[in-house]
Design a protein around this ligand. Structure first.
Ligand code: ATP
Length: 207
């Protein structure tokens, strides 16, 4: 019997945008994952600052953006842990919950490749799951050669095998926050329910 596959998609999602949901959909199709779980981080260790929107608002925006998305769900497991959010802890938790018969894929955008060797217990993480790097609009195609010395040839080869082809969608949460602070339109970057939520709650206005 084929192993079950699930994709975990971690990020700050401050806010979640159409780039996130569209690449997640394409990734799930390519991996043949039955489920994609969106996991907002309390605080990304490498960003080094807390998100602008509250944990509750970010989780609620994810729920609004994925409603009706086939196989999409959200987990607050990292929000309930103390910051920072380490991916290896989350992967282990899901592996335990789903059992050894399930293959775990962790989705990440190509912009994360440069920093990869700084991730907490990165060797263990690469061994524990499929770190699936997705193409990201505005960034170079993923290339792992620079990590050869730090990670070794077997892990680099595994990363290369796990690259997934997703559409290039040049949207970022930073640009959305900046545009909102400047009173500019962001509707083409967000799902309508998330846009309405941001307006109703007055999120990301200039301080
Ligand atoms: P910010 O601009 O605040 O850094 P972001 O848009 O990069 O935010 P995150 O929540 O940090 O969004 O991203 C979560 C994950 O999704 C990361 O692995 C990131 O690389 C990936 N990602 C975000 N936007 C895209 C996109 N447009 N295409 C592909 N991957 C993306």
């Amino acid at each position: 019997m084929a192993r079950q596959k699930i994709a975990l998609f971690g990020g700050t999602f401050d806010p979640i945008h159409l780039g996130h949901t569209q690449v997640a959909e394409a990734a799930a199709e390519q991996i043949e994952a039955e489920e994609v779980v969106f996991i907002p981080a309390k605080c990304s260790p490498l960003k080094g600052f807390f998100p602008r929107a509250s944990d509750d608002d970010r989780l609620r925006m994810i729920e609004l953006a994925i409603q009706g998305g086939k196989g999409f769900s959200a987990s607050d497991c990292e929000l309930r842990r103390a910051a920072p959010s380490y991916t290896i802890d989350t992967v282990k938790r899901f592996q335990q919950e789903y059992g050894e018969e399930t293959s775990i894929y962790w989705l990440l955008g190509a912009d994360s490749v440069n920093d990869l060797v700084l991730w907490h217990r990165i060797d263990e993480l690469i061994d524990a799951c499929h770190l699936a790097v997705m193409v990201r609009g505005g960034y170079e195609a993923p290339s792992f050669g620079k990590h050869l010395a730090a990670l070794g040839p077997d892990r680099v080869e595994k990363l290369r095998r796990d690259v997934i082809r997703t559409p290039s969608i040049p949207i970022s949460s930073t640009e959305i926050r900046e545009r909102l602070a400047a009173g500019r339109d962001v509707r083409r970057m967000l799902c309508p329910e998330v846009w309405r939520y941001i307006c109703e709650r007055g999120l990301y206005k200039r301080d």
